[in-house]
Design a protein around this ligand. Sequence first.
Ligand SMILES: [Zn+2]
Length: 477
Amino acid sequence: MSEEKLPSRTEDFSEWYNQLVLKAELADYAPVRGCMVVRPYGWALWENIQAALDKRFKATGHVNAAFPLFIPMSFLEREKAHVEGFSPELAIVTIGGGEKLEEPLVVRPTSETVIGYMYSKWIQSYRDLPVLINQWGNVVRWELRTKLFLRTLEFYWQEGHTAHATEQEAREETMRMLGVYADFAINEGAVPVIQGVKSENEKFAGAVQSTSIEAMMGDTRALQAGTSHFLGQNFAKAFNIQYLDTNNTLQYVWTTSWGLSTRFVGAIIMTHGDDQGLILPPRLAPVQIVLIPIYKNDAELSAVMPVVERIKAELAEFRLKVDDRTEVTPGFKFNDWEMRGVPLRIEVGPKDVEKGMVALARRDRPGREGKSFAPQAGIAVAVTDLLTDIQKSLLARATAFRDSHIFDPKAYAELTEIVQNGWAYSYWCESAECETKVKEDTKASARCIPLGQEEGHGKCIVCGQDANRKVYFSRAY
Ligand SMILES: [Zn+2]
């Protein structure tokens, strides 16, 4: 941990992010270009993300399983759009045990194919449906431009794969899991997200329809933070996943897939962080509270430590760390834990001991504004209230930031300005031509057509043709 400061977030957001990831010890660069090492602190954050999601998956009837890392190349070729979409980023194994393989093996970029193959064996009758399986694992996509957590050759994620008897059920599942992601992002990550439908250009290779949750990062660029796909019968037909219905007629199943990855760590960093470092939402923070004893000599130390121990015991329900390092100053410790984004700091010094008080400092409000004092008695209640308020404040602040950077341009020229520092919310004719023009002119893409928008009619912001739905255009990660 060095005491060097981060680059300014407003002046160089990209470099601020890169250095923050390293200094907060979330991740490091691996020896292979484009790969990342997730360090224990970053992994602890990911584990909390996993736990919050897994609980929701189980509550909606899903179970976990594990499928293989290697997939026969021919499997990918069975679904045309799928192989076309993924071919440029495949890692392919051709030698195993010193022998050239009869068939090359793909290191999974996603598992629709191998899971589809297994489902064709497991599903025989309508009684076998629905199949609701999730897998936690890693995948490999050979990306050229990489950035820690946001885009790496190998990343960690979960992928849900479900099979249903009817189209309606599969469509409902797609939207249910999108809702689960939104609930998780908003209520656990304090990351406000917009649920919507992806454009044809941006949809998953092999999907009939893709949906996503989209979040605005601190530089106003969009981040696709989770996706849920309705796959129709594309994979069912490619892998012959059929069942006998109640009339004893053979039918193809309808499938979905949905995923959320370690990218979400990037979303948390870029939504909440500041010039001092990370700011973590209390519900996901690996360390929710850091407790720091303040003393100048042995006499003060022996007065302070029993109180520190007692407070630690009273706060046993929280993820709490006592920083009793003797080789560094309290000031160093403050900076260190601020860099790591710990939501709440408690200080106990000799004067606090005398008064029966502690000093509290909230990470989301640096300096004097975030400081308060509380009696040692009943500290658990005070801390619960503060952490709840921090969680709420982070969401409110991110939502206000997002909403103040979404604009409704009146003309195309205005759109091209807006997307330099915000999102444009505009009617769009949904043609690929207009989407491509925006991308070529501004680097902004169609992020999603939000759900639940009021029915309306307008003119496409690009071509002026009639349009029924509005879309968000923005630059994106
Ligand atoms: Zn148009």
